[in-house]
Ligand binder design. Structure first.
Ligand code: NAX
Length: 332
């Protein structure tokens, strides 16, 4: 058994934290022979609840879980960590202006970026979940100059999983039979869920392009895309709470694939710092089709982009440019 890795989860007393921690501690993400020490950070008023989460983790009686460190101090939380899952963020409160929300999140992610820079291992892998996830990730990376920007990513895997599930439901196959879907852009309603390059293996064993399996372009453009884009809002409307179980599952998928690699015949979606691929402004944190190997990721190159797709990819990039500029303004 190798040395335990230290995994930080921020906002650990919240609802995603509650759905996520068991899977991390049980070896579902980093492997069944990888011991783990959990660092759980939350704000001071949540420390009581966080203590209850620690009791429950102990009661799960998990052999891989070597320690649980609960804290409201960044100096403790970020010390020597191998992985950071940044879930905690400022939620929008009634009457709060977008600018105030952005300013509050910029403060949080600036401070956490600086803490990563100062206390974490230089090899730390960072996954930003708290919204606005892409821009928070950008702020965090900018404030951790000693950590390579490739070590930062934001979660668009939930959108990716939603897209796979919608196609699987439409065609009548299980979700593992749908491959190579892509979420382009922002984790927001401007994202572009793209199945133009996706493949589906039908129940008779035949593999087809998703467009040929679906045979309904109108459904793709006018049902599939808006359903995936607005799924988060649909869950809030139905549950009166935002997605937590599916978000936690997506976090596990994202981390597992980054750690162990993606299958040869598939790719995943991750928000990463753009290198200019597909004409997306360098430096923006944008969701791309990604392959992982040896704990590093690369953007899948050479996918054909037609005018319709280009228009959607540009719209979501423009929103990210605006968010980035507003975030920098908010701190002035
Ligand atoms: P909850 O409100 O249940 O939990 C958030 C937790 O973060 C709370 O315990 C709170 O005390 C803590 N927190 C707030 N500020 C903090 C700080 N500065 N440091 C440490 N902890 C802090 O929210 P939950 O449903 O768990 O969602 C968390 C975040 O994930 C939200 O920003 C949400 O919008 C975002 N999501 C992002 C998704 C994605 O795909 N990128 C999907 C799911 C989710 O909506």
């Amino acid at each position: 058994m190798s040395e335990p890795i230290r995994v930080l989860v921020t906002g650990a007393a919240g609802q995603i934290g509650y759905s996520l921690l068991y899977s991390l501690a049980n070896g579902d993400v980093f492997g069944k022979d990888q011991a783990i020490i959990l660092h759980l950070l939350d704000i001071t008023p949540a420390l009581g609840a966080l203590g209850g989460v620690k009791f429950e983790l102990e009661d799960c009686s998990l052999p891989l879980l070597r320690d649980v460190v609960c804290t409201d101090q960044e100096t403790v939380a970020f010390k020597d960590i191998d992985v950071a899952v940044l879930v905690g963020a400022m939620p929008r409160r009634e009457g709060m202006e977008r600018k105030d929300l952005l300013a509050a999140n910029v403060r949080i992610f600036k401070s956490q970026g600086a803490a990563l820079d100062q206390y974490a291992k230089k090899t730390v892998k960072v996954l930003v979940v708290g919204n606005p996830a892409n821009t928070n990730c950008l702020i965090c990376s900018k404030n951790a100059p000693s950590i390579p920007s490739e070590n930062f990513s934001c979660l668009t895997r939930l959108d990716h999983n939603r897209a796979k599930a919608q196609v699987a439901l439409k065609v009548g196959v299980t979700t593992d039979k749908v491959r190579q879907v892509t979420i382009w852009g922002n984790h927001s309603s401007t994202q572009f869920p793209d199945v133009r390059h996706a493949k589906v293996t039908l129940n008779n064993g035949e593999t087809k392009q998703a467009y040929d399996a679906i045979q309904d372009e109108n459904w793709i453009k006018n049902s599939f895309i808006p359903v995936v884009q607005k799924r988060g809002a649909a869950i809030i409307a139905a549950r009166k709470l935002s997605s937590a179980m599916s978000a936690a599952k997506a976090i596990c998928d994202h981390l597992r694939d980054w750690w162990f690699g993606t299958p040869n015949d598939d790719w995943v979606s991750m928000g990463v710092v753009s290198d200019g691929s597909y004409g997306i402004e360098k430096g923006l944190v944008y969701s791309f089709p990604i392959k992982c190997q040896n704990r590093t990721w690369s953007i899948v190159q050479g996918l054909e982009i037609n005018d319709w797709a280009r228009d959607l990819m540009t719209k979501t990039a423009q929103e990210l440019i605006q968010e980035r500029d507003d975030a920098f303004d908010a701190t002035k």
